[in-house]
Design a protein around this ligand. Structure first.
Ligand code: SAH
Length: 340
């Protein structure tokens, strides 16, 4: 069985080479080919001996994803549906905005957390993505665009695949691979408290987003069943600890859903949480309609009232445009249709 060579850190590759009688410095050459020259074929690695090239060919592969569908939205958002080696599928999105191009990555096949507004959970959970599968989404997008930012806001819960997500981040962050700045990488979580606690101790300057979606414990439990395991109060308290210990800002994602979490009593409670935490900001996102859940965004006026209420209370808030709606770019929507 061949392995994905991108599952290995450079240290692991060195060790593997050494155990098999090759010199360790070849690891750096191999990383150069894969990450800097984006080669997907060992035979093209012309500064390696033929013996090493065929050894690599026998034991590893470089390309594990195959493109099944690509859609370009009228707002230039690009959505890719990839098939994995085991026939599962995932989505990856490229979102241009001004000078930025953000890659939105999947971290799992499906999702365990079944938030009641998100298409990703509808088909349930299949498996974690491997390190190489996470990295390959970045390599693919990066070969078409120069990504400036990476967010783990595609399918899956990145903190439920903690080891692989963190290892993938360390690899692309390393100078031997992409040297991609940790500050330009965001992990978004539905609020897995023990994993956030672990993240505080990591020596990585990555950004953290929390999918909050309600400042009210009962409504949050209805929208996000994970709130029954990791309730709001405890979540806010670990956020406080995160901010105090790392001195980094937390972003709260807040999907505005018509008739559920968008009246001003929610804005009031949300502003209290933001005041309590100080070093935080709020991203308001009008819900992408999901017909399986009867989810709709509030009307324009209601959205603006909500934002203005927060602005007046000096909350750092931005209203996001919903991107790529015409190409089913919302979390898990394209895969859902494909698998159906
Ligand atoms: N599991 C992680 C990452 C994936 S979700 C998390 O929960 O943060 C990434 C973001 O997309 C989340 O903020 C999520 O709430 C949002 N999202 C999901 N469904 C949506 C919808 N129908 N409309 C708008 N945003 C949605």
């Amino acid at each position: 069985m061949k392995r994905d060579i991108k599952d290995l850190s450079i240290e692991e590759l060195k060790q593997y080479l050494e155990v098999n009688g090759f010199l360790t410095f070849h690891a750096l050459q191999i990383f150069n080919w894969i990450y800097k020259k984006v080669t997907d074929n060992f035979s093209l690695m012309t500064d390696l001996s033929l013996a090493l090239r065929s050894f690599l060919e026998e034991n590893f592969y470089i390309q594990g994803l195959s493109l099944k569908e690509k859609k370009i939205s009228s707002d230039n958002t690009e959505k890719y549906l990839f098939k994995l080696k085991d026939k599962n599928s995932i989505e990856t999105v490229a979102i241009p905005s001004g000078k930025r191009i953000t890659g939105c990555l999947s971290s799992q096949v499906g999702c365990k957390f079944s938030c009641k507004f998100c298409a990703s959970g509808i088909l349930g959970f299949k498996r974690d993505l491997k390190v190489g599968e996470i990295i390959e989404q970045i390599l693919y997008l990066n070969s078409h665009h120069r990504l400036t930012n990476i967010v783990f806001m595609g399918i899956g819960e990145p903190l439920d695949n903690y080891e692989n997500v963190l290892k993938a981040i360390r690899i692309i962050n390393s100078k031997e691979a992409l040297n991609f700045g940790a500050r330009r990488i965001t992990i978004s979580t539905c609020g897995i408290i023990p994993a956030i606690r672990k993240l505080i101790e990591e020596d990585l300057q990555i950004e953290l987003s929390i999918s909050l979606h309600s400042p009210d414990d009962k409504i949050r439990s209805l929208l996000m069943p994970v709130n029954k395991i990791y309730p709001l109060r405890e979540l806010i308290s670990i956020c406080k600890e995160y901010i105090e210990k790392t001195n980094r800002q937390i972003t709260f994602e807040y999907v505005l859903i018509k008739g559920i979490n968008s009246d001003l009593s929610f804005a009031e409670k949300l502003s209290k949480i933001a005041k309590e935490l100080k070093l935080c900001k709020v991203n308001l996102i009008p819900a992408n309609p999901i017909k399986e859940y009867n989810i709709l965004p509030p009307n324009k006026l209601e959205i603006l009232y909500f934002r203005d209420y927060l602005l007046k209370r000096k909350v750092n808030v931005t209203l996001r445009k919903s991107r790529g709606r015409d190409i089913e770019a919302g979390c898990g929507q394209l895969r859902l249709r494909y698998e159906k």
